[in-house]
Design a protein around this ligand. Structure first.
Ligand SMILES: [Zn+2]
Length: 272
């Protein structure tokens, strides 16, 4: 049996039998790894309080022989990001991001840039300065780029008119072609959404340059609403799966917005 030591983010945990947990980790060096944490349920000393969702850990994994699942030998907390789990909307967003990674990644495939992105958005979510909606837009835009699904906003997919040359203020997103169509070429239908050109520009900015600066893009409430609706349609379409956590996120967001229409946004000032 060989062991390996790496940094990791805990994506999910499920109970296994009476004593154990199966944890899925996003490791820096090995990508997604599912491992068995023996006696994690039963023993209070073993892994006590460490194996919580979204925590950043240092782990030691013993590789299983043949096709056997690796064993989590040691885990120590690097950062618990506990403010995420204390807040229902932050938990809902983090769960959605974690599920996207879980659904898209294959076991053992290294994705260091995606790891860095995930760590960045979780740390910022925990810090609580950047609005959660902006972090979700940033995460999903960059997730699309890193996974090879970057949407093409340059021109209408059908008639090839450049975005700047399209006279209308809004275009129609078209997940099936990975881009947009102008109003003369397409109308909003199932899966196709109307999206303003101003929103598209702001989405492009979040995918450009360094992440700190990109997170400071000031979104208008319309751009946030349109951007989230677009990405939460586009991303699941491209990974070909329906994340269960997205339903929960939408329900939580809806309930919170109903209570107070101005959502968590300490720095929201419109620019477009
Ligand atoms: Zn067109």
């Amino acid at each position: 049996m060989t062991s390996l030591s790496t940094s990791a983010i805990l994506l999910r945990r499920i109970e296994f039998g009476d004593y154990d947990l199966i944890v899925t980790l996003f490791t820096r060096t090995q990508g997604k790894v599912s491992a068995i944490a023996k006696s994690a349920k039963k023993s209070v000393k073993r892994f006590a309080g460490v194996l919580e969702p979204f925590s950043r850990l240092d782990v030691v994994l013993a590789k299983g022989r043949g096709k056997r699942m690796p064993v989590l030998q040691e885990a120590s907390l690097e950062d618990p990001f506990f403010k995420i789990r204390e807040d229902i909307i932050k938990t809902a967003y983090a769960s959605y991001w974690a599920e996207l990674i879980y659904l898209w990644m294959a076991e053992g495939e290294t994705q260091e840039s995606l790891y860095e992105l995930t760590l960045h958005v979780l740390a910022e979510l925990n810090r609580g300065v950047t609005p959660v909606e902006v972090l979700s837009i940033l995460f999903q835009m960059r997730f699309l780029s890193l996974t090879g699904f970057r949407p093409n906003f340059d021109h209408c997919h059908a008639c090839k008119t450049c975005l700047d040359q399209i006279q209308d203020a809004s275009v129609v997103s078209d997940p099936s072609t990975g881009g947009i169509v102008c109003p003369s070429c397409g109308v909003p239908t199932n899966g196709r959404l109307k999206i303003s050109k101003g929103t598209l520009k702001q989405l492009i900015w979040t995918d450009t340059g360094d992440m700190q600066r990109a997170a400071r893009v000031r979104f208008t409430p319309t751009a946030i609403a349109e951007g989230l609706e677009f990405l939460e349609t586009f991303v699941p379409f491209h990974i070909g799966k329906h994340p269960k956590s997205l339903k929960v996120l939408r329900a939580v967001r809806h309930a919170i917005n109903k209570k107070s229409p101005v959502v968590s946004s300490p720095r929201r000032r419109g620019t477009s």
